[in-house]
Design a protein around this ligand. Structure first.
Ligand SMILES: Nc1ncnc2c1ncn2[C@@H]1O[C@H](COP(=O)(O)OP(=O)(O)OP(=O)(O)O)[C@@H](O)[C@H]1O
Length: 678
C-alpha cells in the first residue's frame, strides 16, 4: 500500500476522525480513515520565569517567521516597486529633520542682529518643500502599485490552494470558511500593510533618531524624557492590535451570518419565496441583529482604543507642554538661543509625531501579521483527504466497482448515512439506485467521486482502493450530472464547454462536438435560436445601463433547459474522452416527459458498453436498468431487476405500484372527454 500524505493536516478533521474511529463498529473489514490515535497531548508546560521567557521568544520567532513570509511574497511579486517605495520612504523621512536644521540656522542668523544672506538657506528650504510634495505623491503611487501587484500574487496563491483541496469537507467546515474569508481579506492588504508598517517604523525610527540626536545637543534630559514617554505608547498600541485581531476573529461567524441574510434579501433565487411568504422583514431583522452584535463588539473595541489613546495623548501633551515651558525659561535665562528653542519645538513635535506613527505602524504591522496567519493557514493547509505520495495507476475498468462494507457519516456528531453498504457495480451495466429522500443515494455518488472517504470500508475500482490513486486520475474516468448541478452566468457555449475546455480554442470541429452534445441533451435547436446563438449570455447579471433594453445581451433559461445544458456538459466531457463510469443523479427531474424519454432512450442505447449509475425518483425511468438496488436505513435492502423486485413484493414493488397507481388513478378519476382530448 502506498504511503499517504495529508493525514491529520487539518486540526478539526483530525479531531473529528479520531472521534469517528472511537465510535467505529467493531469487526469491520477494509481500511479506516481514522488516525492511529497517537496522542500529542504532552502540554510541556514549563513553570515560572523560564517558561515565560521561552514563551516570549517563541512568539518573537513566530512573528519573525510571519514577517519573513510576507517579505518574501512582496519581494517576489513586485521587487522594483518595493525598492522604489523604500527609497522614497527614506527620502520622505529625512525631510523634516533637514527642514528643522535649516530653520534653526535661519532663526539663529536672524536673532544674531547682523543677519547674513538668507538666499542659500531660503532656496534650500524651498527645494525641500518641493521635494516633499513630489516625493510623497510618488510614494503614494508606489504604495498603491505595490498593493495591486502583491494583491494579485496573493489572490492567485490563495485560490490555487483552495482549488487544490481534494474533497468537499473543508467547504462545509464553518471554522475553515471563517479563515478563508479572513485570508481573502488578508490577501488583499497584508503585504502592503506590512511593507507600509515596516517602512513606517523605519521612517519614524530615522526621524526619532535624527531629532533625538539633535535634542541631545540641546538638552540630554529632555531627550531622555521624550524617549521614556514613548514606551507606554508603543506597548499600548501593540496590545490594542492583538485585541483588535482577536475581536475580528470572534465577529467572523456573526458577519458570515449577516452576509447570508443580506444575500437572501438581494438574490434573485430567493426573491420569489421572500416575496410570496412575506419573510423580508423577518430576514431583515435577523440580518440587523447580526449587524448589531458585530457593531457591539466593534464599539467596545473603539471605546477601549479611544480611552487608551486619550490617555496617551494626555501624556504627550504633558511632556510637550512641560518641555516648552522649560525651553522658554531656559531661553530667557540665556541658556538656549532662539534657534535652539525653534529646534526644540520642532524636535518635540517631530519625535512625538514619529512615536505615535511608529506605535501605530508597529501595531498595524502586528495586527496584519496576525491576520496573515489565516492566509498561511489556508495556503499551507494540507489536503483534507489523504493523497497517496506514489499513487497507484487506475486500471481500465474490466470487472466493476465494488463498495465493500462502506460506512459513512458527514461528521462524528452526525448520524450514520451509510451503514455497511456492500455493492457491486459490474462493468458495462446500468445500475439504478432507489430510495426515499435522505436514504444516502447522493452521498454514495459523492463517495464514488472521492469527495469524501468512507469512514470505514473501502471502494475498489477493479480491485484498486480509490484512496490509493490520484483523485484527478479517478475523476478523469467519471462523468456525472449532479442533482445540484451548476448554472454558470456565462454564454451557452461556455456553459457546455466547461465539460471540456479545449472546444473553446480548437476551432470548428470542436464546435461541432459541442453541438452534438447539445443535440444529445435535446437543447441544440433552442440554443441555436437564441439572439446570439451559442454565444448568447445566459444571465442578465452583467448588464450595463445601455444594454438593459437589449435582449441580445442575455437571456434567462427555464429550469428544464438548464438541466439539459448540464447534461450537454456531461455528454461533451464524455465525447472528448469516453468516461468509464457515468453517473446521473436525478438527470430528468426538471425535464418534460418527451425529453426524459429521449434521454433515457439515448442512455439505453449504450447498454453493455457503459457502466452507469442512475438515480431517479421516477421509477418508470429506471425499470430498464440491469440492476436495481434499494437503499434503506443506510444499507442495501433489495437488489435485482425490475421483474424480480416486483415479484418479490418488497419496498421497490411498493414504491413502483404507488407511483404507477397514481397515474392510473388520475386517469380513472378524470376521464378525458373525446372532444377535450384533441
Ligand atoms: N454535506 C452534508 N453534511 C451533513 N449531512 C449531509 C450532507 N449531505 C447530506 N447529508 C445528510 O445525509 C443524508 C443522506 O443525504 P443524501 O443527499 O445522500 O440523500 P438522497 O438519498 O440523495 O436523498 P434525495 O432523494 O432527497 O436526494 C441526509 O440525512 C442528509 O441530511
Amino acid at each position: 500500500m502506498s504511503t499517504v500524505r495529508g493525514r491529520g493536516g487539518h486540526e478539526e478533521s483530525a479531531a473529528d476522525t479520531a472521534r469517528a474511529t472511537s465510535d467505529a463498529p467493531s469487526g469491520h473489514s477494509g481500511r479506516s480513515s481514522g488516525h492511529s490515535g497517537r496522542s500529542s497531548g504532552h502540554s510541556g508546560r514549563s513553570s515560572g520565569h523560564s517558561g515565560r521567557s521561552s514563551g516570549h521568544s517563541a512568539r518573537a520567532a513566530i512573528a519573525l517567521r510571519r514577517l519573513a513570509a510576507v517579505c518574501a511574497v512582496t519581494a517576489r511579486a513586485a521587487p522594483g516597486t518595493l525598492l522604489l517605495h523604500i527609497a522614497l520612504s527614506l527620502l520622505v523621512s529625512a525631510l523634516p529633520l533637514a527642514t528643522a536644521w535649516l530653520m534653526k540656522l535661519v532663526m539663529d542668523d536672524l536673532a544674531s542682529g547682523a543677519p547674513g544672506t538668507l538666499l542659500l538657506p531660503g532656496t534650500a528650504m524651498a527645494c525641500l518643500g518641493v521635494t516633499a510634495v513630489v516625493a510623497s505623491q510618488a510614494m503614494r503611487y508606489a504604495r498603491a502599485e505595490l498593493d495591486r501587484r502583491v494583491g494579485l500574487e496573493m489572490q492567485d496563491r490563495l485560490f490555487a490552494a483552495v482549488d487544490g483541496f481534494v474533497g468537499l469537507g473543508k467547504f462545509e467546515n464553518p471554522h475553515f470558511l471563517d479563515r478563508l474569508r479572513l485570508a481573502q481579506q488578508a490577501g488583499h492588504e497584508t503585504a502592503t500593510h506590512v511593507a507600509e508598517s515596516i517602512l513606517g517604523v523605519v521612517r519614524a525610527g530615522a526621524t526619532i533618531g535624527g531629532f533625538l540626536g539633535s535634542l541631545l545637543l540641546v538638552s540630554p534630559v529632555m531627550a531622555g524624557i521624550l524617549l521614556v514617554a514613548g514606551v507606554p505608547v508603543l506597548w499600548s498600541e501593540v496590545a490594542l492590535a492583538r485585541r483588535r485581531a482577536r475581536m475580528l476573529w470572534e465577529v467572523g461567524p456573526v458577519e458570515r451570518r449577516e452576509f447570508f441574510y443580506a444575500d437572501l434579501l438581494s438574490s434573485v433565487e430567493a426573491a420569489k419565496e421572500v416575496r410570496l411568504f412575506g419573510i423580508g422583514p423577518f430576514l431583515r431583522d435577523r440580518m440587523l441583529m447580526e449587524r448589531r452584535t458585530a457593531n457591539a463588539a466593534k464599539r467596545a473595541m473603539n471605546r477601549r482604543e479611544i480611552a487608551v489613546q486619550t490617555g496617551l495623548g494626555g501624556l504627550a501633551a504633558l511632556v510637550s507642554g512641560g518641555g516648552l515651558l522649560w525651553a522658554v525659561l531656559a531661553a530667557r535665562g540665556g541658556a538656549l538661543s532662539v534657534g535652539d528653542v525653534t529646534m526644540f519645538v520642532a524636535a518635540i513635535a517631530g519625535v512625538q509625531g514619529a512615536l505615535a506613527s511608529l506605535a501605530g505602524d508597529a501595531a498595524q504591522g502586528q495586527q496584519t501579521l496576525l491576520m496573515f496567519d489565516h492566509y498561511t493557514a489556508v495556503t499551507q493547509a494540507t489536503s483534507d483527504l489523504p493523497v497517496a505520495d506514489r499513487p497507484r495507476p487506475l486500471p481500465t475498468l474490466r470487472h466493476g466497482i465494488e463498495l465493500r462494507d462502506v460506512w459513512f457519516r458527514y461528521s462524528p456528531d452526525l448520524p450514520w448515512v451509510l451503514r455497511g453498504v456492500d455493492l457491486h457495480i459490474p462493468q458495462g451495466r446500468a445500475l439504478a439506485l432507489v430510495g426515499l429522500n435522505g436514504a444516502g443515494k447522493s452521498t454514495l455518488v459523492k463517495l464514488l467521486c472521492r469527495f469524501y472517504d468512507p469512514t470505514h470500508g473501502a471502494i475498489l475500482w477493479d480491485g484498486v482502493d480509490i484512496r490509493d490513486v490520484d483523485p484527478a486520475r479517478l475523476r478523469e474516468r467519471v462523468g456525472a450530472v449532479f442533482q445540484d448541478y451548476m448554472q454558470y452566468d456565462m454564454t451557452a457555449a461556455e456553459n457546455i464547454a466547461l465539460g471540456d475546455l479545449t472546444v473553446l480554442t480548437d476551432g470548428e470541429r470542436s464546435h461541432e462536438r459541442m453541438r452534438q452534445a447539445a443535440q444529445r441533451a435535446g437543447i441544440d435547436r433552442q440554443l441555436a435560436e437564441l439572439p446570439r446563438g451559442y454565444d448568447t449570455l445566459l444571465t442578465r447579471m452583467f448588464f450595463t445601463a445601455e444594454d438593459k433594453g437589449n435582449p441580445e445581451t442575455g437571456v434567462v433559461l427555464s429550469g428544464g433547459q438548464w438541466q439539459r445544458l448540464a447534461l450537454a456538459r456531461a455528454f461533451l466531457r464524455d465525447a472528448c474522452t469516453r468516461r468509464e463510469l457515468m453517473i446521473l443523479d436525478e438527470p430528468s427531474a426538471g425535464l418534460d416527459a418527451e425529453a426524459e424519454h429521449e434521454i433515457h432512450a439515448s442512455l439505453r442505447s449504450e447498454r453493455n458498453t457503459r457502466t452507469s449509475l442512475l438515480i431517479s425518483h421516477r421509477l418508470s425511468a429506471l425499470r430498464d436498468a440491469d440492476i436495481i438496488v434499494v437503499l434503506k436505513d443506510g444499507r442495501v435492502a433489495e437488489r435485482g431487476n425490475h421483474t424480480l423486485l416486483m415479484a418479490a413484493g418488497g419496498e421497490y414493488a411498493r414504491l413502483f405500484t404507488l407511483q404507477a397507481g397514481g397515474y392510473q388513478l388520475s386517469a380513472e378519476e378524470s376521464p378525458v372527454a373525446p372532444e377535450e382530448a384533441v
